[in-house]
Design a protein. Structure first.
Length: 159
């Protein structure tokens, strides 16, 4: 059994490769045609290293965050929720507990604990402006090898 703390992954930045010349760009039009621009060294396109797929705890934290902040309806996550957790999620979503003064919440930190194989108890710190909230839920790996949330709780954090 191991307790793990993670930070949400940053999305890869998609930018143009350095040194790209576009003939439609205004600065490229000023270059005389008789003197073609050649870079001092060959330009290689930027490659982002392949990232492993996100952990189920990260995926479910994002899903629950969208539902509990009112950005997505409850039925959007219905196939990922099992048993009485759907009723709990519906009750919680009516209150939109993760939205404060219209600000969108962000994930500050995610951690999980694996009491036995195929079960995760997940806890996350959610911030919306100056307020912090705690989100806790439980994931079970079903016989069909799909993760389902079986319990959801939201609590306020004391500052």
């Amino acid at each position: 059994m191991q307790k793990v703390m993670t930070r949400p992954r940053s999305r890869p930045v998609t930018t143009r490769p350095p040194g790209r010349t576009d003939p439609r760009h205004p600065s490229a039009a000023r270059t005389p045609r008789s003197a073609p621009r050649t870079p001092a060294r060959p330009v290689r396109p930027l490659r982002t290293p392949p990232q492993p797929p996100p952990h189920p705890t990260e995926l479910f934290t994002e899903r629950l965050l969208l539902v509990l902040s009112g950005q997505k309806p409850v039925h959007w996550a219905a196939r990922h929720i099992a048993h009485t957790a759907f009723d709990d999620l519906t009750r919680l979503a009516e209150q939109t507990p993760l939205t404060v003064n219209g600000r969108r919440p962000t994930i500050h930190r995610i951690g999980h604990y694996e009491p036995r194989p195929g079960v995760y108890e997940v806890f996350a710190r959610i911030g919306a402006g100056p307020a912090l909230r705690a989100l806790a839920f439980r994931l079970h790996l079903g016989a069909d090898q799909r993760w389902r949330c079986t319990a959801v709780e939201v609590g306020a954090s004391a500052r």
